[in-house]
Design a protein around this ligand. Structure first.
Ligand SMILES: *Cc1c(COP(=O)(O)O)cnc(C)c1O
Length: 402
């Protein structure tokens, strides 16, 4: 009996090598074994040459990191337990007391909240800039500026900035620039090579991606990545990653690995359906403005056109509408409640269409943005349902407005 119990733990069987299948294996570990003390002392955890501890990487996380580098055109990748953790990791690794970070006013809101909370408490100041006006970014640089965030398209209102112009301003000053690339996802444009024909090599220094969205595609995984093309920058972020103890579960990494092969097809499908619905909403009298970068009158459309693929695959799967100002917030909420296929819920990139009525004025430093028509704002995330059914759902819910 004693032998049997120990044998279940120290078992001599080793399966034959050479197993190959469509998906890479799932390796789960906190502890990783070393053959000798010498190997334990000398084994390197900072590059992917060996294994030391589950938190520092397994074959599963290394495989996912390398595929994400391929997706985004980067060379090094770190995984974080959520998109927001990846955002926080980039800021924490790059900033220290006395520094200042510049953030677009339409950034993913929790990025701003982090700046207003922990960063401020640690003596790191922030300023918000208008992403549609590079001169405004230029005017906000100071001797303290150590990091600039960019986002394309912006959160909720989907303004598309002149990303190359913003990046150029940062390069001229030698200030690292970090992109929240969740919307583009590595498919709509290349973050590290924005203008490969006219200005090769112009790109961001760091790309942060909420893998929770399109790479997962299931609405069932939280994960984020921080991708770079510079070994020194990567090491700086990796040391912070290690000190903070950030890691991801093997089953979650597996879920993303399994979803990556279908990601481009899903992105195209979300994109095509979203364009159909956004154009349909433009024809509705209840709607005063539709925000979607591929629409000619959406803010920053020309910048989107210059940077992104015009065909499906270049505009993601979210759009917002502004309902006419004579509708109250209560009527707008009733419209959202009346939707049946669009579920009330945050996030995007999964199979289920989602809707959120945002109180936009409270999310922007100057209240309701002057470049948008007044009204109430509703954001849609378009899932993978049939587009005709989604359109019918919008049509029936709009009758709830009256
Ligand atoms: C969702 C999202 C995040 C955060 O991702 P989580 O995994 O939900 O923490 C960050 N940035 C953008 C633009 C997002 O849409």
């Amino acid at each position: 009996m004693a032998q049997k119990i120990t044998g279940l733990i120290h078992h001599p069987y080793v399966p034959p090598a050479g197993f190959e299948a469509p998906q890479p294996g799932v390796f789960k570990a906190s502890t990783v074994f070393f053959p000798t003390v010498a190997a334990m002392r000398s084994r390197e955890w900072k590059d992917k040459s060996a294994y030391t501890y589950g938190l520092h990487g397994t074959p599963t996380t290394y495989a996912l990191e390398e595929r994400l580098c391929t997706l985004e055109g980067g060379l090094q990748c770190l995984l974080a337990p959520s998109g927001l953790a990846a955002v926080a990791l980039a800021s924490l690794a790059m900033l220290k007391t006395g520094d200042e970070v510049l953030i677009p006013d339409n950034a993913y809101s929790p990025n701003k909240t982090l700046a207003e909370g922990e960063l401020k408490a640690w003596g790191i100041s922030h300023r918000y800039y208008d992403p549609l006006n590079p001169a405004d970014l230029e005017s906000k640089f100071s001797a303290k500026t150590r990091l600039v965030w960019v986002e394309a398209a912006g959160s909720v209102t989907l303004e598309f900035p002149d990303l190359p112009a913003l990046v150029r301003l940062c390069k001229q000053r030698g200030v690292p620039v970090v992109l929240d690339n969740t919307w583009g996802a590595g498919l709509a444009f290349a973050p590290f090579d924005l203008l490969p024909d006219s200005e090769p090599g112009l790109g961001v220094d760091i790309s942060v991606h909420a893998l929770t969205k399109y790479p997962s595609g299931g609405g069932d995984v939280l994960m984020g990545s921080v991708i770079t093309r510079d070994p020194g920058l990567h090491l700086r972020i990796k040391l912070c990653h290690m000190r903070l103890g950030l890691g991801v579960g093997a089953n979650d990494a597996e879920a993303v690995l399994r979803s990556l092969p279908s990601m481009a097809l899903r992105y195209n499908a979300h994109d095509a359906a979203t364009r159909t619905l956004a154009a349909w909403c433009q024809g509705r009298s209840e709607v005063v403005q539709v925000l979607h970068p591929a629409l000619p009158d959406s803010p920053g459309h020309a910048h989107w056109q210059a940077l992104c693929k015009p065909e499906p695959g270049g505009a993601a799967g979210i759009f917002s509408i502004i309902l006419a100002p004579h509708y109250s917030q209560a009527q707008t909420d009733a419209f959202c409640d009346a939707l049946r296929l669009f579920k009330l819920g945050y996030s995007w990139g999964g199979p289920t269409s989602l809707v959120v009525p945002y109180e936009l004025a409270s999310m922007r430093s100057g209240g309701w943005p002057a470049h948008l028509k007044p009204g109430t704002l509703v954001r849609f995330s378009v899932g993978l349902e049939h587009v005709a059914d989604l359109q019918a759902d919008l049509a029936q819910a709009l009758t709830a407005l009256a």
